[in-house]
Design a protein around this ligand. Structure first.
Ligand code: GLA
Length: 678
């Protein structure tokens, strides 16, 4: 079979993932231990209430020890053992890391970096997404796995590969260049159209033949931004194509739901998951707290809300998180007692119907031996193990929450394409980073107690009272119209600086910034005026700001605040424009967090956005999940003080009736099945 042949139309009908209640699970890598440990493992899994276990994620070198020689004995035993103990299997296809014999036979499948250097085996995911030989061998393995276990009653879910693109999303080898050219031909049809899209008339970059086009390896100067943007698009599409090939094999042998684990987490940006989501039978995400960020718990909430956005509001699975420290950040912080439970229930509050971890038992060897696990090196007479068992019991008490949905009044637009293009090499300020600005907007709403959906620029905004577009640098005409029509019909929008600047070819929209939104915002920006790091501006509203300013003039908008100082004293920094039946606000600078929160409060009040929780510094999270029969109020207290909030109904975590007020101790979580009237 031509391994490049599978595209959308070859993937068959989706199958639902069915599970009673909230799944509780983990990655399990039993190959690291012998059979006595496996018996002990399943006993402990039962003790903890673990009911969904991901296996065979890195199984290839065990299943196929030599080319074409398969050995399923160990995997058979593990599956039967789990099944006999009532534990369902999330079955990996085993292809995420090729075995050494394969890379020895075919070193041409190894990935190549932007410098043109080959990355060698010895770690993991050492394969080029475009490699035909990798695809052929991997799909042969998937075929065997699917044939053997496709109808096994223990298999509840298929887990394609693992975190596709975690390390190998961007490969710059010659095979990739050939695949990139095919993708470009399909996108542009003619070389002239490509030249126009990439603006190759500048710097003598005009292409005469497809064969002249390469992957964007490092150059002496900055690289062509159109080529870079398309390389990101292509690389995301290439791995999605690979996912589809594996999924197509699985669907030929099995009716079980198919998914793969996304990486909606702070430091990964290479896959446009809006384009992937429709191919998943259930959305699954891996999330790790990033202690390099100002507030990792708020980023967790953002990632969970974005994952729910990818799931179109349907329940999703948290496929991996850590019980404590990871081992891949510069400083790997352990979780304090209770933090794992709070984090887990924050994911559930935001729509997860499954809470899983990497990994079951802490490795004694290998690269991840200092990564936390459900069973730590110190064993089960530990604070951590007791919390693992308690979490299993808590999730069991939330069985009725499964299937319910989160409803939000506000949305933030998020775009991988805007991220790729806006954070490009030649930009006005390298201190302006897309994700920081999205997080800033999200943090302001989070701290106001507002529940937010994270949506694509193509989403239907009509259900929202407020839509926020932070630093949405790249936007197509159609997407700009989508936001414009939402406001015209009575919606409220807040757009922040460096938005609406270019079209989908990264071509500046001329006539003044922000080209896509000038009319909607009733303003014209003549020039960007970024600031040096550390330079703080003051506005006449008293707000402080940094990073960015703009020479802005109002056309139809009213001025809400001007700069008092900095390079543009007296120039508008915040504007508000009535646009047909709605209102569009603009902020031309990076407001400091308190000022952004104040502005967001004003806008949210004007838009009549309902805050589900109280205003806090992010310490109190309140989210509601609803279903046909009622609603569940999640209150997560990350703070050091007990809090009391109005609620009435029945509390599920400790199991007690709530009259009018629920008390949530410091560090605790409460989930209230609300009385219908509340
Ligand atoms: C990723 C991988 C896992 C493991 C964890 C560690 O999520 O999928 O195999 O390496 O990271 O945090």
């Amino acid at each position: 079979m031509n391994s490049r042949a599978a595209t959308l139309n070859e993937t068959a009908t989706a199958a639902p993932f069915v599970h009673e209640g909230i799944a509780y699970g983990c990655d399990y890598n039993p190959e690291q231990w012998g059979p006595e440990t496996w018996t002990d493992d399943v006993r402990l899994m039962r003790e903890a209430g673990v009911d969904l276990v991901a296996i065979n994620i890195f199984g290839w070198s065990h299943l196929e020890p030599r080319a074409g020689e398969y050995d399923f004995a160990t995997l058979d035993t593990i599956i039967e053992l789990l099944h006999a103990n009532g534990i369902r299997v999330n079955l990996g296809t085993g292809t995420s890391s090729p075995p050494p014999w394969l890379t020895t036979l075919h070193p041409e499948m190894l990935p190549v970096t932007a410098e043109g250097t080959t990355r060698f085996p010895g770690g993991r995911q050492a394969w080029c997404p475009s490699s035909a030989v990798f695809r052929e061998h991997a799909l042969a393995l998937v075929e065997k796995v699917a044939e053997r276990y496709g109808h096994h009653p223990a298999v509840a879910l298929w887990h394609v590969s693992n975190e596709l693109g975690c390390h190998n999303a961007l490969c710059y080898c010659d095979d990739t260049a050939a695949a990139f050219r095919l993708w470009l031909e399909a996108r542009y049809g003619t070389i002239d159209a490509l030249n126009a899209a990439w603006g190759t008339s500048f710097w003598s970059q005009r292409y005469g033949e497809w064969a002249e086009i390469l992957t964007p390896r490092l150059t002496l100067s900055s690289r062509n931004p159109g080529q870079m943007l398309d390389f990101h698009r292509f690389s995301s599409a290439e791995l999605l194509d690979y996912y589809r090939l594996e999924a197509a094999v699985l669907r030929r042998h099995s009716n079980v739901a198919v998914t793969t684990n996304f990486m909606v987490t702070a430091h990964i940006r290479n896959l446009d998951y809006w384009s992937w989501a429709g191919d998943m039978d259930i959305i699954a995400n891996d999330h790790y707290l990033d202690h390099r960020l100002a507030d990792p718990a708020i980023e967790l909430a953002f990632a969970a809300d974005l994952t729910r956005g990818l799931a179109q509001g349907e329940p999703w699975l948290l496929m991996e998180q850590a019980t404590g420290a990871v081992n891949w950040q510069p400083h790997n912080l352990a979780k304090v007692p209770g933090e794992m439970t709070r984090n887990s229930l924050a994911h559930v509050a935001r729509g997860a119907d499954g809470i899983c971890f990497f990994q079951w038992r802490a490795s004694l060897q290998g690269s991840e031996k200092f990564h936390s696990a459900l069973v730590p090196h110190a064993g089960t007479d530990t604070v951590l193990w007791r919390e693992v068992v308690a979490l299993g019991a808590t999730l069991d008490r939330l069985v009725e929450v499964a299937g319910s949905r989160v409803v939000a009044d506000a949305a933030i637009i998020f775009s991988w394409e805007a991220w790729w293009a806006g954070d490009g090499e030649s930009r006005p300020s390298h201190a302006v980073r897309y994700l920081d600005q999205v997080h800033a907007a999200y943090t302001a709403l989070h701290q106001l107690g507002v529940t937010v959906d994270i949506v694509s620029p193509d989403a239907d905004f009509s259900a929202y009272r407020l839509v926020v577009a932070p630093c949405l640098y790249l936007i197509s005409d159609e997407q700009a119209r989508n936001l414009g029509s939402y406001v015209a019909a009575g919606g409220h929008a807040l757009i922040t600086f460096f938005s609406g600047i270019v079209d989908e070819d990264d071509r500046v929209r001329s006539g003044g910034y922000p080209g896509a939104f000038r009319e909607l915002l009733g303003i014209t920006v003549e020039e960007f005026s970024p600031l040096l790091p550390g330079h703080v501006l003051t506005l006449d509203s008293g707000a402080a700001a940094s990073l960015w300013s703009e020479r802005l003039r109002v056309d139809t908008a009213e001025v809400v605040a001007n700069y008092l100082d900095g390079p543009l004293p007296g120039i508008p920094a915040i504007t508000r424009n009535g646009h047909r039946s709605g209102t569009a606000w603009y902020v031309a600078t990076a407001l400091e967090p308190g000022a952004l929160r104040n502005l967001m409060r004003t806008i949210a009040e004007e838009a009549r956005v309902t805050a589900v929780g109280p205003e806090s510094a992010g310490t109190i999270e309140v989210v509601r999940r609803v279903n046909a029969t009622g609603s569940y109020l999640f209150i997560i207290n990350h703070g050091h003080d007990d809090v009391e909030l109005p609620a009435s109904g029945h509390e599920l975590v400790v199991g007690e009736p709530i009259g009018r007020v629920v008390r949530v101790p410091a560090g605790a979580v409460r989930v209230i099945r609300e009385d219908p009237a509340s």
